[in-house]
Design a protein around this ligand. Structure first.
Ligand code: T5A
Length: 206
């Protein structure tokens, strides 16, 4: 059996990742493609516990290197016990966020060197990267307004606007550097227009 496709949806807070993940899941069902839908940080019981550590607000300041290593610790568990085995079984794996989030948030946001993140990526992923990363792009203000309207903010959502502006720039730089692996979609468009572009991107992968 051939390996499945690895698809990731990325972008800043509130750009519509969860909303469009539901659309992708529906598209996969309609096209009879066996798949697994997952998320980062998280995706397995241990990795979900790490997610809880990462997202919850706490009195103790979180060291940026500690945060970075926690992200990759969760990713190692997720990748080796869920993503890789699923791909090897021929399933498509669709994940809400992956390593681009680390370059954007821990790299651009927190200021951790991008070369160090690339080293951890190589160590943990051993060359595995998404076949397609759908980047929902919008100015940071747009998504933050949507996230704020939803209620209480988590530890990342409470960051300043400049954190997300830097993160957006890194997302766009990475997409521009590997245009064959990224589909950048203007997430300020109507949901229908966004989903037409997502469907076209998925078609090209089949
Ligand atoms: N993180 C994660 C790191 O720091 N490093 C890492 O390596 C990883 C993997 C995870 C947090 O962890 C951080 C980043 C994150 O802060 P999360 O909950 O997975 O948190 O991610 P969030 O971005 O916080 O998820 P959100 O639920 O806030 O955003 P979504 O999923 O992008 O947005 P969604 O779909 O809930 O949509 C928000 C609202 O907008 C509307 C929707 O209906 C909804 O109401 N909407 C639109 N409205 C108009 N037009 C459109 N085109 C719309 N699209 C959506």
């Amino acid at each position: 059996m051939s390996t499945g496709k690895f698809v990731c949806i990325e972008g800043l807070e509130g750009v519509g990742k969860s909303t469009n993940l539901a659309f992708i899941t529906d598209w996969l069902f309609r096209n009879n493609i066996a798949h697994v839908v997952t998320r980062e940080p998280g995706g397995t019981p241990i990795a979900e516990e790490v997610r809880g550590l990462l997202l919850s607000k706490r009195p103790e300041p979180v060291d940026a290197m500690c945060e970075l290593l926690l992200v990759f610790a969760a990713r190692a568990q997720h990748l080796n016990t869920k993503i890789r085995p699923s791909l090897e079984d021929g399933l498509w794996v669709v994940t809400d966020r992956f390593t681009d989030s680390t370059f954007a948030y821990q790299g651009a946001g927190r200021g951790m060197p991008l070369e160090q993140i690339a080293q951890l990526e190589a160590l943990v992923q051993q060359g595995l990267k998404p076949d397609l990363t759908i980047l929902l792009d919008a100015p940071a203000e747009v998504g933050l307004q949507r996230a704020t309207a939803r209620g209480e903010l988590d530890r990342f959502e409470s960051e300043r606007l400049s954190f997300f502006t830097r993160a957006r720039d890194v997302y766009l730089d990475r997409a521009a550097a590997s245009p064959d692996r990224y589909l950048v979609i203007d997430a300020t468009q109507s949901l229908e227009a966004v989903q037409r572009e997502i469907a076209a991107g998925l078609e090209r992968l089949t």
